[in-house]
Design a binder for this molecule. Sequence first.
Ligand code: DX5
Ligand code: ZN
Length: 217
Amino acid sequence: MSEIIIAPSILSADFNQLGKDIEMLNASEAGYIHCDVMDGVFVPNISFGLPIIQHVSKVATKPLDVHLMIVNPDQYIDGFKDAGADILTVHYEACTHLHRTVLKIKSTGMKASVCLNPHTPVHLLDDIIMDLDMVLLMSVNPGFGGQKFIENTYDKVRKLKELIEKKNPSCLIEVDGGVNFETGKKLVEAGTDVLVAGSFVFGSASPIDTISKLKRI
Ligand code: DX5
Ligand code: ZN
């Protein structure tokens, strides 16, 4: 089995000392830095946008995994590329012309990823999976950190793994929401490649150790 990638979500970082937290992630075994962009329309919360990503990218030495929880993501693709995003995730539920959106993301040189909300079935990716670098499965309803993990996600990971093996074996599976040692272990067993973790990492006594242990569950 290939290595698990840990993507700490800076939504749970200390914004009074964001630079320090990013340096901590640089020194850790985190594979990506997960950045949650929320617009208050697609999700009932507002987080941060392009200027923060720009600042993070100046300090970060790991790829920025930018999760857009926004409507009309197309109009910001170039902006996120310029701000320093490496992987750009858009929501299936927010894109009417998803194929066009995915091709546009890839044309900038960023990796393209599509996210499914907990109620959105995996089979809807049947005709787009071959164009994706990653699929992000939400294991909570997007909008907030620290929510309870939805158990049906394991089943979705297994279904997605089957689809990926059939149509695009290099595509990664990332899961976001409620990840801890227990849920993380089961997710990896089901076929997950990338674990996003916010409150579990930043709420722990030693985020560096927690990241390292998550990588070895
Ligand atoms: C939720 C965000 C997540 C969130 C995860 O809308 O997409 O990335 O930060 O937080 P935890 O790990 O605390 O559930
Ligand atoms: Zn996220």
